[in-house]
Design a protein around this ligand. Sequence first.
Ligand code: NIG
Ligand code: FE
Length: 414
Amino acid sequence: MERIMQADLIVKNAAELLTCQAAEAKRGDELQDLGLIADGALAIKDGRIEFVGRTADLSDWQATETIDARGKVVMPGFVDCHTHLVFGGSREKDLLRKLRGDSYLEILKQGGGILSTVEHTRAASADELFAAGMNHLDTMLALGTTTVEIKSGYGLNPETERKILEVAARLEQAHPIDIVTTYLGAHTIPKEKTKSEYIAEVLDSLEEMKPLAEFCDIFCEEGVFTYQETRRILTAAKECGYKLKIHAEQLNTLHGAELAAELGAVSADHLDHISPEGIARMAASSTIGVLLPAVPFYLMLSKYAPAREMIEQGMALALATDFNPGSCPCESMSLMLTFACLQMKLLPSEAINCATINAAYAIDRGATIGSIEQGKQADILIVAAPNHETLSYRFGRNLVERVIKKGVVVQVNS
Ligand code: NIG
Ligand code: FE
C-alpha cells in the first residue's frame, strides 16, 4: 500500500521551478545551471522543503494548503548579501551635487556623503532607526528578498556602532526576513579624530562588538583606508573570531581583492576596478566576489566589474544591492538582475544563481538557504513570469507575487 505523506504547503504546476541547487558556490559554466524543473512542484513541512520534483511525481503528497503556480516561476527567495540598511536621514541633496559634477569622493571630502549620514545616525534614536529599518525590510520582502546582510558603519564611534548593531538585532527579532550582521566600524574616518586615533579605536572595539556581529568589513579605498591599514584591521578582526568581508577596488585599484583571498575572507565586494592579478588570486581562493551593479549606475560611473572575465577565470560571484542612502538608495534585487545583465553581461540564469545560492554562500549560509533542496529552509518566491529570463527583462515593476518564508506565506502582492 502506498503511504501518503502530509505536508503543510504544496506548490505545484510551476512553468519553471528553479532549484539553484549547489553544494558550494557556483563557478564557470555551473553558473548557467539553474537546476530548472519544468512543470515543477515542491512540498513543505515544518518550515523545511521536503519534496522537490515534477508535479507528476507529487502523488505521494497531500497538504493543508496548495498553491497552483501554473504559468509562473518558482524560485528561492533573494539573498541580499551586502547592505547598509540601518542609517539616519537621507541624501537626496547629494544628488544635486552629483548633477553639478562633484564626484563621490569629493562629496565625502566636503563632509557630505557618508559623514552626513553619520551625523543623522548619531542624532537618531534607536527607535527611529528601527522604524526606518522595518520600513526598508517591508519593501525588500515585497520585492522577494528573504535574507539580508546588514552592516554598521554610520556611527564611527563605539556607542553609535553598537546602537546600529543592536537595532539590526531587533530587526531580526521583529521581521520575517532573516538578518546577518557585519561590523563596519572602519567605513571612514570620523571628523573629530585623526586617522591613527580612529584606527586604534576600531581595533579596541573589536572585542566589544563581537557578540553583535558575525562579520567584520572595511572600506579599502583612496582617501579612506589603505591596503596596509586594511590588512592590520582585518588581521586583528580575524584573530578576534570574525569572518571577513571587504569593500575592495570600488573606485581605485588598491589590491584589496588579493588581500581578501590571502586572508580567507568570505567575500570581497564591489570590485569594479579589480586587477587581472586580483581576479586570478580570487579565482584560486574560496572568497566570493560580490558585485553591486546599481552602484556605478547610481554614481554615474562607466566602469563596472568585469564579470565575464571573472567567470571565465573561475571566480565565484554573487549579486547584492548595497542598499544605502548614498550609492544605492534602492531595495530591489530584481533590478540588480537587470543591471547585471545589461551592464555586466551576465546571462539571466547566471544573475539568478548569483542573487540566490551564491549570495547565500557569500554570507556563509549556503548550507541552509539560497536554493530549493530537500532539507533546506523553505524561503520561496512565486513569480508572475512565464520563464526566468523575464525577471531580468522586465524592470521597474515587481513581478514577485507571493513570498514564502520558513514555509509560511508572508507576502501576497496584488
Ligand atoms: O558600499 N563604499 C562605501 N560605502 C557604501 C556607500 C556608503 C555611502 O555612500 O553612504 C558603499 O557604496
Ligand atoms: Fe557597501
